[in-house]
Design a protein around this ligand. Structure first.
Ligand code: ATP
Length: 359
């Protein structure tokens, strides 16, 4: 199914969307949002509930219209076209399959709506069901399928129309964790096979990081950061992004030019933190993750008391209250000597992994 492959990039330019709030005034769901998505890219919109992800997806689909700004696919203005004229299709979380139609009829439906006969549509239906690995399920009704299989049918139906852009709104949210992981791998495979541009909404940061070629992190109707999963995970642009992605702790410090003086008076050598690298001395916030910290000998720069130690299956997460009063988490391998709650420990940071963030 290569002919659905995208040739045109999708551009969202200065889009603002306001809704009348029931309590009076307006909610600004999207506030001057701009982003460019490359043809054939797997692009993820990530953010907490209510930050505007779905509104942006619906604006691209044509289910909402922007108050300001425009949406373009290549040189074509999308936001002036009705939904059915856009080279875009949507997969909803609810699947929205017709219960009285068979799987094949569900997949065929959209093609027939566009004027194809059922016979003309048949090879496209077969190809789409093959793509989602349900070639023998065409005669079943949706109720005779598992949740994961229903999701695949919804995907086949959307892809059969060969859109250039496929919009997916939390498509895996209703699946249990194991099925969800399996479907993530499938989605990635299908996206790579078809070359269709995927715009995928989720509030699950792990899903965003494992699926996206790039992701946009939303914060109250604006974009806090756009980047590859690695860029966003390793160098969050702000405290909000650092807090939203991964298990992050924050330390307030004074950069002295040579090191970072914590509120406890302890000093982290400059090489323990990435940035501000030659910047002016002054107050900074250091963001760090459990995998950046190690238990160390007494002369290490940080000290604290173990408050909890929690076995999380793959490793043990140890919560430490530092002398500064700030809380950090350390990740230890299962089976490693694990300090009991109440014990004093010394900690060190692996060089260059923690970083400073803007407020
Ligand atoms: P979720 O992950 O919970 O679906 P989201 O990031 O997709 O959230 P949106 O659904 O885009 O967020 O909503 C953004 C904001 O706009 C929210 O404050 C929401 O309450 C508001 N909003 C969305 N649709 C409407 C509407 N039709 N009328 C009024 N307010 C709306």
């Amino acid at each position: 199914m290569s002919s659905g492959a995208s040739h045109d990039g999708l551009a969202v330019c200065g889009v603002t969307r306001r809704f009348p709030a029931p309590e009076g005034g307006y909610v600004t769901a999207l506030d001057n949002v701009s982003l460019t998505i490359e043809p054939g890219e797997f692009f993820v919109l990530l953010g907490p509930s209510g930050c505007g992800k779905t509104t942006l997806l619906r604006t691209i689909a044509g289910l909402e219209y922007p108050d300001e700004g425009e949406v373009r696919l290549g040189s074509e203005r999308l936001d002036v076209l009705p939904p059915y004229r856009r080279r875009v299709n949507t997969v909803f979380q609810s699947y929205a399959l017709f219960p009285h139609l068979t799987v094949a009829e569900n997949v065929s439906f959209g093609l027939e709506m566009e004027g194809m006969s059922r016979r003309e549509a048949a090879p496209l239906v077969a190809e789409a069901l093959e793509l989602v690995r349900l070639p023998d399920f065409g005669r079943r009704k949706p109720a005779q399928l598992s949740g994961g299989q229903q999701q695949r049918v919804a995907l086949a139906r959307a892809l059969a129309k060969r859109p250039e852009v496929l919009l997916l709104d939390e498509p895996l949210a209703a699946l249990d964790l194991k099925l969800r992981r399996g479907m993530q791998t499938e989605l990635k495979r299908i996206q790579q096979t078809t070359g269709v541009t995927f715009v995928f909404v989720t509030h699950d940061q792990e899903e965003a990081i494992s699926l996206g070629d790039r992701l946009a992190v939303f914060q109250s109707g604006t974009i806090a950061q756009i980047g590859t999963p690695q860029e966003v995970y390793e160098r969050p642009a702000s405290r909000f992004v650092a807090d939203f992605i991964g298990d992050t702790s924050f330390l307030e410090a004074e950069f002295t030019g040579e090191g970072y003086r914590l509120t406890s008076g302890e000093v982290l050598p400059a090489d323990r933190v990435a940035g501000p690298g030659g910047g002016a001395p002054g107050p900074v916030t250091i963001a760090l993750r459990p995998e950046h910290l190690v238990l160390a000998a007494e002369e290490a720069p940080l000290h604290g008391v173990v408050r909890e130690s929690v076995y999380v299956g793959s490793d043990v997460r140890v919560g430490v209250e530092l002398t500064s009063g700030e809380q950090v988490a350390v990740r230890l391998a299962v089976g490693a000597a694990c300090p009991e709650p109440g014990r004093r420990v010394a900690l060190d940071l692996l060089p260059g992994r923690a970083w400073t963030v803007a407020a």
